[in-house]
Ligand binder design. Structure first.
Ligand code: UDP
Ligand code: MN
Length: 347
């Protein structure tokens, strides 16, 4: 059956692109909305139809429920086969072409159950939102206290070695969005997405809360030199990130609370992640550390990269002493550069 409308042509579920020199047929195994394709050119008896750029506001379900997942990774591999992810878990929307490439960075250690829930919950939502994405799980080995922010820096740097991602969402493994109007794409400002979180009765715990889930375009994360590397143990690193924004003169934005809703499982304290006693001291000089403590001074060792079918799992080790020395060296290096370029030295 051939249907021709002002928006596109559909022949029994196959989409056709005819350009001057080539004919390509896109077989689409799932229902495609005609709004996602468009006729570009009807001159010289050539029909050129291209897959349209994905809409900014894609079709939405609104609220959707979080369900705990009891299956295995293999079950999810099979479930997502229809989306044809590339090895390492690069998912692309089937209906349209998305310009932005999203890397979701998850700091991780010993949260298998939460990770399975995350992998079960997220891809269907992201594909409804027409997002092109890869999930990167960054796992810190057990030898040192957990360092969530350092894991974010690693995720950013390692993701860029895999592809030219333009948008980064730094995401706790135990936060599950439950309204798909909470769009997982970047805008020019950084965005804080975890606005109404179940464990705080769907309110912000305090007005300046900047934890859980944040979305950064690449240019902005470069501007703030990523995250601080100094927060070993629980707490402080998200406020530090907020302080960095103030230094570079940026503000974050949030979706409306009806959209930025997250389900959160109740969990106990983790081994290896005790409350940080240093966090207030570190926060006290957060603004002055931004130039040397971050992406430009992080030190870690990648022990394994596992490109799974539906996500990428990167195992790393951190030598705290080496790291802290390197951050200090970076500070000295920058101070020397600054001195050299000061007007007194130029005379
Ligand atoms: N996390 C982890 N293993 C740990 C500690 C933390 O994977 O042992 C990661 C995980 O992504 C988690 C995030 O760090 O969601 C934040 O830690 P936590 O859940 O303890 O913070 P809170 O629940 O207090 O916000
Ligand atoms: Mn948690």
């Amino acid at each position: 059956m051939l249907q021709s409308t002002s928006r596109g042509i559909q022949i029994s579920g196959a989409f056709i692109i005819i350009s001057m020199s080539s004919v390509m047929i896109y077989w689409n195994s799932y229902q495609t909305k005609s709004a996602d394709i468009t006729i570009v050119n009807l001159t010289r008896q050539t029909t050129e139809i291209s897959i349209k750029t994905c809409l900014k506001n894609p079709p939405s379900l609104g609220h959707f429920v979080f369900h705990h997942f009891n299956g295995t990774l293999e079950d999810l591999n099979n479930k997502y086969q229809k989306y044809k992810p590339e090895l390492g878990g690069k998912f692309k929307p089937l209906e349209c072409q998305e310009r932005e490439k999203l890397a979701i960075i998850i700091p991780y250690r010993d949260r298998q159950r939460h990770l399975m829930d995350f992998l079960s919950h997220m891809p269907p939502m992201l594909l409804r939102q027409r997002v092109e994405f890869t999930i990167f799980v960054i796992e810190q080995d057990p030898q040192e206290k957990f360092n969530r922010a350092l894991m974010m820096n690693v995720g950013y740097l390692e993701a860029l070695k895999q592809d030219n991602y333009s948008c980064f969402i730094f995401h706790d493994v135990d936060m599950y969005p439950i309204n798909d109007n909470n769009i997982y794409k970047c805008s020019t400002s950084p965005r804080h997405l975890a606005v109404a979180v179940e464990k705080w009765k769907f309110r912000l715990p305090f007005r300046g809360y900047y934890g859980g889930v944040v979305a950064y375009p690449k240019a902005v994360i470069e501007k703030t030199n990523g995250f601080s590397n100094f927060y070993f143990g629980w707490g402080g690193e998200d406020d530090d990130l907020g302080a960095r924004l103030a230094v570079v003169g940026l503000k974050f934005v949030r979706p409306a609370a009806v959209y930025g809703r997250y389900a959160t499982p109740v969990h106990g304290k983790d081994k290896g992640n005790p409350v940080s006693k240093d966090r207030f001291r570190l926060l006290g000089n957060a603004k002055s550390r931004i130039w040397y403590d971050g992406l430009n001074s992080v030190v870690y060792n990648v022990s394994k990269i596992e490109k799974k079918k539906i996500y990428t799992h990167i195992h790393i080790t951190v030598d705290r002493q080496k790291l802290e020395e390197n951050v200090k060296l970076k500070n000295i290096e920058l101070e020397m550069q600054h001195l050299k370029s000061s007007p007194i030295n130029k005379q």
